[in-house]
Design a protein around this ligand. Structure first.
Ligand code: UD1
Length: 455
């Protein structure tokens, strides 16, 4: 069970910060217990009502690592503090010496007054790949970092060569030894460099953007990632005193500064969570108000959803959406780096297409092994065949509930969505993955009418 975190009155005072360790201690046993939890969904209900969209996981994780760059306290609001990934990273950072205060009202106060160790051990890093993003900030601030190699994951090998080559271009000496990346900055610190990525990488862009803020001179990142979460990351760094131009374009220029300072920043809305609930609506029908999110964050996602038959509009800070016809229309998509269709929405879009009128071709170009949800959706009665990087989804009349299991976050949620229209009961095992990235998903979906519960 997801025990709510204690609500703390948070001021960036040393006194409050001392309480942080308690918060993290409370989290640890809880994180271990629910790996075997399941979600049970019964299909057949329309979605109707309001869902508040959380802050973006993929922005928050980078913000948390960036807080290593300053000795002052950095406060983030709109943080999905209930997410396992946020808590896991909190554990890594607290091991390094950061005081991490997470509260259930979505606030994170982070203060790395001093770096206590530059070693991020395997035990902590293996739980979450993104913890490799402590490497650059540690190196920039502390001059040395030993970070366990994160290893592969179910969606592919996921190397980090671009991160390492970029850090080397900035003068770091790097060796891989006993499963660890051992990096050392040169005497006098890291220097700015021109880094031309051979292909777009979100993680490498984040890593080098953060690192370059404290390097001497100018760094130019070419063929940089343009995701809204990177823009958000850059904007927070600017508030911390960094000098950055070109965010949201493929060339980012960073002028290194001597020091960064504390700030307060509200995290951008989670476009993937937004898109996930829109795909749910495409399956069940009904109408949703998704609060505190914006279609401008996700044009390449909104366009195919509208082609498929959703009406989607912005109203103030909310997105309102409904399904136009009884069925969505077969719509093709191909995943690409932003501003293309996000790979993190591919599984959910495929689930939506299972009941489409016609057929849909879905092509995955970012990760080599991101169709693991296909056999599970087929067990529920879908008609999907995979040819290399593409899947053809032929619309079927109905799905039927089954016991299913997924090996990654987005695949798991795709199965939950399918369960919301399947006949009978769908049991999604290992919801551990879901809790890494979807805050209060059971509460949010049952709040708009879905028949869903944890078991
Ligand atoms: C981030 C997101 C993840 C999303 C992905 C693509 C976070 C925490 N995670 O992951 O949810 O699915 O972007 O939008 O933000 N690659 C290399 N060498 C490298 C780095 C990457 O070969 O050094 C490859 C990867 O294996 C992959 C592709 O480049 O095939 C894109 O990966 P990348 O954009 O780096 O993804 P992540 O940052 O890991």
């Amino acid at each position: 069970m997801n025990t709510p975190l204690p609500q703390t009155t948070i001021e960036p005072q040393p006194d409050t910060l001392n309480k942080v360790a308690e918060t993290i201690d409370l989290i640890q046993p809880e994180v271990k217990t629910s790996e075997l939890d399941k979600i049970v969904v019964r299909g057949g209900r329309e979605l109707k009502g309001d869902i508040r969209i959380s802050g973006a996981k993929n922005a928050v994780l980078k913000h948390m690592c960036a807080a290593l760059l300053t000795e002052e306290a950095v406060t983030f609001t709109n943080v999905p503090t209930g997410l396992r990934d946020v808590r896991f990273l909190g554990q890594v950072l607290s091991h390094l010496g950061m005081n991490v205060a997470l509260s259930s009202d979505g606030k994170a106060i982070l203060r790395a007054q001093e770096i206590k160790t530059h070693i991020a051990p395997y035990d902590l890093v293996r739980k979450m790949r993104a913890s490799v993003l402590v490497l650059g900030p540690l190196l920039a601030r502390h001059g040395e970092a030993h970070v366990s190699l994160p290893g592969g994951c179910s969606i592919g090998g996921r190397p980090i060569d671009l991160h390492l080559r970029g850090l080397e271009a900035m003068g770091a000496e790097i060796e891989i030894d006993s499963g660890y990346i051992k990096a050392k900055a040169p005497t006098g610190g890291l220097k700015g460099a021109i880094i031309d990525f051979p292909f777009v990488s979100v993680g490498a862009t984040d890593q080098l953007l953060m690192t370059a803020t404290l390097a001497k001179g100018e760094t130019i990142l070419r063929n940089a990632a343009r995701e809204p979460e990177i823009v958000d990351q850059g904007n927070a760094l600017i508030k911390m005193g960094a000098k950055i131009e070109g965010l949201g374009t493929s060339e980012i220029r960073i002028q290194g500064v001597d020091k960064l300072h504390g700030t307060t920043h509200a995290v951008v809305a989670d476009r993937i969570e937004t898109g996930t609930y829109l795909c749910g609506l495409g399956l069940t029908g009904g109408s949703l108000r998704l609060k505190n999110t914006h279609i401008d964050l996700m044009p390449s996602l909104i366009a195919p959803l509208m082609r498929a038959g959703l009406d989607i509009q912005q109203e103030g800070d909310d997105i309102i959406a409904s399904r136009r016809h009884a069925l969505v229309r077969g719509t093709d998509i191909m995943t690409e780096p932003h501003p293309g269709f996000p790979t993190d929405m591919q599984a959910q879009f495929m689930a939506m297409m299972c009941l489409c009128e016609g057929a849909s071709m879905i092509t995955e170009t970012i990760f080599e092994n991101r169709f693991m949800h296909v056999p599970e959706l087929n067990r529920m009665g879908a008609n999907i065949s995979v040819q290399g990087q593409s899947a053809i989804v032929r619309g079927v009349k109905k799905l039927t509930g089954a016991e299913v299991m997924a090996t990654d976050l987005r695949a798991s949620v795709a199965l939950v969505l399918a369960g919301m229209v399947a006949e009978g009961e769908t049991v999604v095992n290992r919801i551990y993955h879901l809790e890494r990235g979807y805050e209060n998903i059971v509460e949010k979906l049952s709040g708009v009418g879905a028949d869903i519960r944890k078991a």
